[in-house]
Design a protein around this ligand. Structure first.
Ligand SMILES: *Cc1c(COP(=O)(O)O)cnc(C)c1O
Length: 234
């Protein structure tokens, strides 16, 4: 599995999808997802030009951030337990936390960020598909949540994230991505002071070209970069 070649192929797919949608490919950032990937292989991806790394477990972020260092931007993309927020921020602010999905987590992150004297950029995760197993705010709760969370000085609200249902056909994700973009436009139009709608984090290995067509600015791609981790279902 040649990581540099994989990255080049993904960048070409991103550029092609952006062009199909009349978008500038430079407005899309590849977040390489490194769950189960060792630091030396992360280093290979960084050498090949990856500028952003996504992790979904606190312990892994801490260990890998220590090993790989600050030459890349660290993104936290997974479900975050409230009692791990302090440990996560103790390694320094993340470039972005994609998975703010409930008021209790917002309160805890705000408190920890203020205690450390930092402002943590976050995306709000929305459960657009409505699957019961998925985390995220219900779409109807988004605007009230943004209005409330905008008052937390330790957080900087920067956009939205969603996960599409896993499916063989990437087209089945399109309505979910489109739904997130509509919420994004609605939130931007609401003009809530302190809320900056900059980022749409959507799309993974199976569906990132569709996400780019629908407006993604951050695609979170793991398996297409590093291959499927052994023992993990595709
Ligand atoms: C694992 C993961 C990804 C990447 O999934 P791949 O299918 O390996 O590209 C993206 N987002 C989140 C939240 C993840 O946990």
């Amino acid at each position: 599995m040649d990581i540099a070649l994989n990255i080049r192929a993904i960048r070409e797919e991103i550029a092609a999808a952006a062009r199909r949608a009349g978008r500038d490919p430079d407005t899309v950032t590849l977040v390489a997802v490194t769950k189960g990937v060792a630091p030396d292989r992360i280093g290979e991806a960084v050498t090949a030009g990856v500028a952003a790394i996504g992790e979904n477990r606190v312990q892994e972020v801490l260990a890998k951030r220590g090993a790989v260092g600050e030459r890349v931007a660290w993104h936290f993309i997974g479900h975050l337990q409230t009692n791990k927020a302090r440990a996560l921020l103790a390694s320094g602010p993340l470039a972005l936390i994609h998975s703010l999905d409930r008021p209790s987590l917002a309160e805890t992150l705000d408190r920890e960020a203020r205690r450390l004297g930092l402002v943590q950029p976050v995306l709000v995760q929305v459960n657009v598909s409505g699957e019961s197993a998925k985390h995220g705010l219900a779409p109807g709760d988004l605007l009230p949540f943004l209005r409330w969370a905008a008052g937390l000085p330790g957080l900087s609200l920067r956009g939205l994230m969603t996960m599409a249902p896993l499916a063989a056909d990437p087209e089945s994700a399109r309505p979910v991505f489109r739904g997130l973009r509509e919420l994004f436009l609605e939130a931007a139009a609401a003009g809530i002071p302190g809320v900056r709608m900059e980022h749409l984090s959507m799309g993974m290995t199976g569906d990132y070209p569709v996400a780019v067509e629908e407006g993604a600015t951050l695609v979170r791609v793991g398996r297409a970069v590093f291959g499927a981790p052994p023992g993990r279902a595709g």
